[in-house]
Structure formats: structure tokens, C-alpha cells
Design a protein around this ligand. Structure first.
Ligand SMILES: *Cc1c(COP(=O)(O)O)cnc(C)c1O
Length: 435
């Protein structure tokens, strides 16, 4: 939201170059090469007219850090560039990004359709807390695109999927789902946290909005919470004007501004910032934006090593006598391997699950028996991580929901780091043998 010098990395540069440069340029006043942490809440106006034009959204600039901050803007531009989107809004966490993303679309009584194969926290957020806003979620089986079509009605505002889904080793076939959404004039929202834009770019396959928990691979080192909402700029709001009055009709929450008309291909981003972020307030801290910008500079290198290590560990585990099944989409034994090869040609990510022959008890013993791997609730760290979802992340779900989400009682979720693969394998082998 500012008039900075054009960043040195324009969209014609390759991904790796944009990962390092997009959104950032040497600081014009100090020459600082890295993006400074603008640790300020507010910004001095030139005069009263300048202040008024900023408040009216007639001019782009900084007012108050709840709405925008130069460090956070650099991150927003970098992520929008890597995803190939038009604009982005950062948030304090992935869940905050989801809240903002839906708040810009939904009125009480509205509905959306979500894949059943999602991060456990998203299922809980959608089912329970979103309901208190009067928003209704319909969960469907993502392996059946027609189930999405059947669930669409006049109040449906979005379809929400994860293409590489957490934690179950599932790849959702996005192409037919995007076609069904667009035929009905409904937008498709994709949570791309698990793949990161290096492995998969949803806008190239028909997504209209992408959200991330930047807490995971984008920040990448287990240091900083964050989320981001990115708009493709290609959704035709006016074709679905009746479905999206919040974008296509004058908005009483912003003195009668019509966001899609005034801002065109970044109207949704403006509404998300000027109404959702303004009124709900889950702003990303400048320090976390800085940490995430730094993390993204090595995203492509980390994702390559994460994927290569995960494949080695998955191949090892598949042969292990204590293991019943490995759900890694990179293995030819995965029912999703063909889809993974189509959508994820650069690698299959670092997160997958294993089912242990010894059931719940063996799962508990392995998470307590590892030394190098850390037993904790996160993914996408440089370190290798392990968790037993049924007793932790997926605890709030019924056993049936756990099994459907690929997180039954006998399942462990691994997030393979960028250490030496042999060391990771040795640690797991010891813990499995002891269990
Ligand atoms: C972690 C995660 C989220 C939630 O993000 P937070 O940053 O923890 O709020 C959403 N979706 C996926 C796929 C995740 O892994």
C-alpha cells in the first residue's frame, strides 16, 4: 500500500531470484540492504489533506500498523510475487488469515464448501467458531469433485481445499474442482501451506484466493507465527455480482465504497485490509514479517532438501517391520502418486504419516523414544519433527473424523527437516525398534 521504488525483482525474474529480491529494495534513506524492521505503530502525515486522502483510500500510504507497515508490505509483495498473485494481506497466523479471507466474503447465513481432508485446526475453526458468525460449512469428500457441485447453492461463497493435504498424504485433484466452482461463479480458495509456492502454485490451476500459514515452510525455521491471504486478480466478481454483494455493492463498513469497482483486480485485497484487518485486528508483527522474509530467501533450497530427505525416510519406513503403512504421496505405493506427479513435479513435500503395527501405544512410545526428532506441534521447521495426532492436533475430532483426516490412533505425523537423512533414519529406527 505504498509508492516505493519498483522492487529490483520484477515478475520476469525466475522464482529463486524473486524469493531473494521481490518486495525489497535498499532503504532509500539509509541504504540499508536488508528490509528494516519498521518497529513503529504510526506514520506522520504531510498535512490534513494527505491524512484525509489516506483515510479515504484515495492515496496509498501508511497510517497505522494495524492496517499496514513497510516491513509487512515487503513480505506481502514477496509472497504475492512467488504465488503469481495480484495482492496480499498478511495476518498474525494462518488461522487469522483464514478468518480475514472469509470475513471479506461472508454474511450471516452464508455458506462455504470445504474438503474433509484439511489441517485439523481448520476443521475445528470452520465447524465451531465460524458457526458463531452464522457461517455454515459443508464438508465433502475431495476425491469426488461432483460432491462439490452437489453442495453448491445460492448462498455458497467459496470452495476451500488443500491440494497437498495435512497430514494424511493426500493430493486433491484441483482441476475439475476449479472447473465446477467457476461454472457456478463460486471462487476457489486453496490453503497452500503444505506445498509452499516452490512445489505448487494454485493460481496456475484455477485457484482465486490462496492462503498460507507462513508459520510453516515460508518462515521455515520454527521461529515466527504468521499467515497471508493472496488474491489472483482474475476472479470476475461482476459475473457473480449477486453472490458477492460485499465486493460489488456499496459497502456501509467503508462509507459506501464499492471495492470491486474502485480497485478492480485488487478489490478483494483492499477489502480484506480496509475492513477485515481494520475491524478484526490480527496484524502480523513487523519482527515476524522480517523473520519470514529472511526465511523465504532459502525457500527453494529448503523445499528441495525437505522433499529429498522425506522421500528417503519414507522409503526406509516402508520397509520397516514395525510399520504397517506409509502415506507419502512421493511413494509409488501411494494411491495419490499419479496426482502428485502431475501437480508436484519438483518434489512431494516433507510431511507424511506412518501407521504403526503396534497401534496407539506404539505411537506414544515412538514420540517419547526419539532423540534427534522433536516431539512437538508444528511442521515446516528445518528440524525433523514428529507428533501423534490422535492425542494432540486431532484430539478434538471424533475417531471417525480422525480416520477420515488420515490421523487415526495408530498414526504418527512426521515433518522431515533438512538435516542429514541418514541421521534422521537412524533415530527413527532406534525408536521404532525400542517401541
Ligand atoms: C498450521 C496450519 C494452519 C494454521 O496456521 P497457524 O499459523 O498455526 O494459525 C492452517 N493450515 C495448514 C495446512 C496448516 O498446516
Amino acid at each position: 500500500m505504498t509508492e516505493r521504488k519498483p522492487p529490483p525483482a520484477d515478475r520476469s525474474h525466475a522464482f529463486e531470484t524473486r524469493a531473494v529480491h521481490a518486495g525489497a529494495a535498499p532503504d532509500p534513506t539509509t541504504g540499508a540492504r536488508n528490509v528494516p524492521i519498521y518497529q513503529t505503530t504510526s506514520y506522520v502525515f504531510d498535512d490534513v489533506d494527505h491524512a484525509a486522502s489516506l483515510f479515504n483510500l484515495q492515496d496509498f500510504g501508511y497510517v497505522y500498523t494495524r492496517l499496514g507497515n513497510p516491513t509487512v508490505s515487503a513480505l506481502e509483495e514477496r509472497v504475492a510475487s512467488l504465488e503469481g498473485g495480484r495482492g496480499a494481506v498478511a495476518a498474525a497466523s494462518g488461522h487469522a488469515a483464514q478468518l480475514l479471507a472469509f470475513f471479506s466474503l461472508m454474511e450471516p447465513g452464508d455458506e462455504f464448501i470445504a474438503s474433509r481432508s484439511l489441517y485439523g485446526g481448520s476443521i475445528t475453526q470452520f465447524m465451531h467458531s465460524f458457526r458463531r458468525f452464522g457461517w455454515k460449512v459443508n464438508f465433502v469428500d475431495p476425491a469426488d469433485p461432483e460432491a462439490f457441485r452437489a453442495a453448491i447453492n445460492a448462498r455458497t461463497k467459496a470452495i476451500f481445499i488443500e491440494v497437498l493435504a495435512n497430514p494424511g498424504g493426500i493430493v486433491v485433484d484441483i482441476e475439475p474442482i476449479a472447473a465446477i466452482a467457476h461454472e457456478a461463479g463460486v471462487l476457489l480458495m486453496v490453503d497452500n501451506t503444505m506445498a509452499s509456492p516452490w512445489l505448487f502454485r494454485p493460481f496456475e490451476w484455477g485457484a482465486d484466493i490462496v492462503i498460507h500459514s507462513t508459520t510453516k515452510f515460508l518462515s521455515g525455521h520454527g521461529t515466527s507465527m504468521g499467515g497471508v491471504v493472496i488474491e489472483s486478480g482474475r476472479f470476475d466478481w461482476n459475473r457473480s455480482a449477486e453472490r458477492y454483494p460485499g465486493l460489488t455493492k456499496p459497502d456501509p463498513a467503508y462509507h459506501g465504497l464499492t471495492f470491486a469497482e474502485t480497485f478492480g483486480d485488487f478489490g478483494y485485497t483492499m477489502k480484506t485490509r480496509a475492513v477485515a484487518l481494520r475491524d478484526l485486528g490480527p496484524t502480523m508483527a513487523p519482527m515476524n514479517a522480517f523473520m519470514t522474509l529472511t526465511g523465504i530467501e532459502t525457500l527453494h533450497l529448503r523445499m528441495e532438501r525437505h522433499s529429498a530427505n522425506a522421500l528417503k525416510v519414507a522409503q526406509f519406513l516402508e520397509q520397516h517391520p514395525a510399520v504397517a503403512r506409509v502415506s507419502y504421496v512421493g511413494l509409488p505405493s501411494s494411491p495419490y502418486h499419479a496426482l502428485a506427479r502431475k501437480y508436484l513435479p519438483r518434489g512431494y513435500g516433507s510431511v507424511f504419516t506412518v501407521s504403526l503395527k503396534g497401534g496407539f501405544q506404539a505411537g506414544v512410545r515412538v514420540v517419547e523414544g526419539v532423540d534427534l526428532l522433536s516431539h512437538l506441534a508444528n511442521i515446516g521447521d528445518t528440524r525433523s519433527l514428529v507428533i501423534h495426532p490422535a492425542s494432540t492436533t486431532h484430539r478434538q475430532l471424533t475417531e471417525e473424523q480422525q480416520v477420515r483426516a488420515g490421523a487415526g490412533p495408530d498414526v504418527l505425523r512426521l515433518s522431515i527437516g533438512i538435516e542429514n537423512a541418514d541421521d534422521i533414519i537412524l533415530d527413527l529406527d532406534r525408536a521404532l525398534t525400542r517401541a
